[in-house]
Design a protein around this ligand. Structure first.
Ligand code: AMP
Ligand code: MG
Length: 351
């Protein structure tokens, strides 16, 4: 599952792996599994407890959701978003499709709560680093160009949204929803499954996961990828309706003159965030977990608690560049390490 070719979605990741419980009870629940290629990414769908035909129909309905979201939100392939980005610098109000408004508004709110560390308005900076590409290659951009974009301070509150009209008030704003696109798609898919009467499922968009219900009598188990090498670092049992999302610096990067430059950019410096290798967030919905995982990776060990609190996020696992794991006691009770020796863990206070 780690080696599929680089694909294109808003962002890419494949850091979480499903661990299916193979132990079956006397009357095993049917498990339907399908992998679809949607949003240019691999999406694993697992549905438990319904007949295969019904599960298959549900999986194709979800594939359509993912494709629609791709056509809407892709940051560099032609999409509704690229059309919006073309109009924003003009500064005049223009109409946007009604179904785009909830995510725009939610992204504004999440950005504000994160003190701007989750900043989907800095698409120009991401593009400047070459991460608007299926295969980022470097070299790093000119420092003067980075400083110039940072100085223009593109922010989500530069957008004005009124009566379905969107207006850009800072010509430097270009939207990039790479940090929440997968989470949004996963939430949309789970909502759709529920409407179809499916109560036990996992939707895993390259590591952004939301789970509902159980697999038979047992909870779903999820593996968290080891940011320092192949394989699984730890596993966790999911409790009912819950999402788990990881942002990792290993997901997208390029190397130049012996240095590695990854895709999560600190909006304050304009450079890749430093200090943490990955952040995993458990939360009810996947969009919040997705925005928070990105924001907390930028916030780093010094500031993550304050930002997590403001974003309403409580369960967080951080791994620093040396492989040390930080998490609070409640999460530590749920996490089971799958490597030996287990990593060095520091139990933190909860956010
Ligand atoms: P994620 O893997 O969820 O952390 O998302 C990373 C993707 O979001 C990158 O590939 C960029 O497209 C975009 N991105 C990078 N840094 C930020 C940031 N600080 N705020 C919002 N989006 C970002
Ligand atoms: Mg994210």
């Amino acid at each position: 599952m780690h080696d599929f070719p680089r694909y294109s979605l808003l962002a890419t990741r494949y850091c979480l792996i499903l661990l299916f419980t193979t132990v079956s009870c006397s009357k095993p629940d049917p498990l339907y599994q399908e992998q679809i290629l949607a949003l240019g990414a691999l999406v694993d769908i697992s549905i438990s407890g319904v007949e295969p035909e019904r599960a298959q129909q549900a999986a194709s309905a979800i594939a359509q959701d993912f494709n629609r979201i791709h056509r809407t939100w892709h940051a560099w392939q032609e999409s509704e978003l690229t059309r919006i980005n073309a109009q924003l610098p003009g500064g005049a109000p223009f109409p946007v499709q009604a179904d785009l408004i909830p995510l725009l508004t939610r992204a504004q709110e999440l950005s504000r709560q994160s003190e701007g560390l989750f900043n989907p308005a800095m698409g120009k900076l991401i593009g400047l680093w070459g991460f608007h590409s299926d295969e980022p290659r470097g070299p790093p951009p000119d420092p003067g160009a980075i400083a110039a974009l940072v100085a223009q301070r593109p922010a989500m509150n530069d957008l004005r949204l009124e009566n379905s009209l969107l207006q850009g008030r800072n010509p430097a704003v270009q939207l990039d929803f790479g940090a929440i696109g997968q989470g949004y798609a996963v939430d949309t898919a789970i909502a759709h499954l529920r409407r179809l009467g499916i109560e036990n499922a996992i939707v895993n968009a390259s590591g952004d996961i939301r789970v509902i219900g159980k697999h038979g009598a047992r909870p779903w188990r999820i593996g968290i990828r080891n940011p320092r090498g192949p394989g699984i670092l730890a596993s966790i049992e999911m409790q009912g309706d819950e999402s788990i999302v990881t942002s990792g610096t290993y997901e997208r990067f390029f190397e130049h003159q012996g240095r590695r430059y990854h895709h999560i950019i600190d909006p304050r410096s304009g450079y890749p965030a430093r200090g943490l290798a990955s952040v995993t967030v458990l939360h009810g919905d996947a969009v919040t977990a997705d925005a928070a995982s990105t924001a907390l990776l930028v916030a780093g060990l010094k500031d993550w608690k304050r930002v997590a609190r403001a974003m309403g996020v409580k369960q967080v696992m951080l791994i620093d560049e040396q492989g040390k794991v930080y998490m609070d006691a409640a999460l530590a009770r749920r996490v089971h390490f799958e490597i030996t020796p287990a990593p060095d863990v520091e139990i933190t206070g909860s956010p």
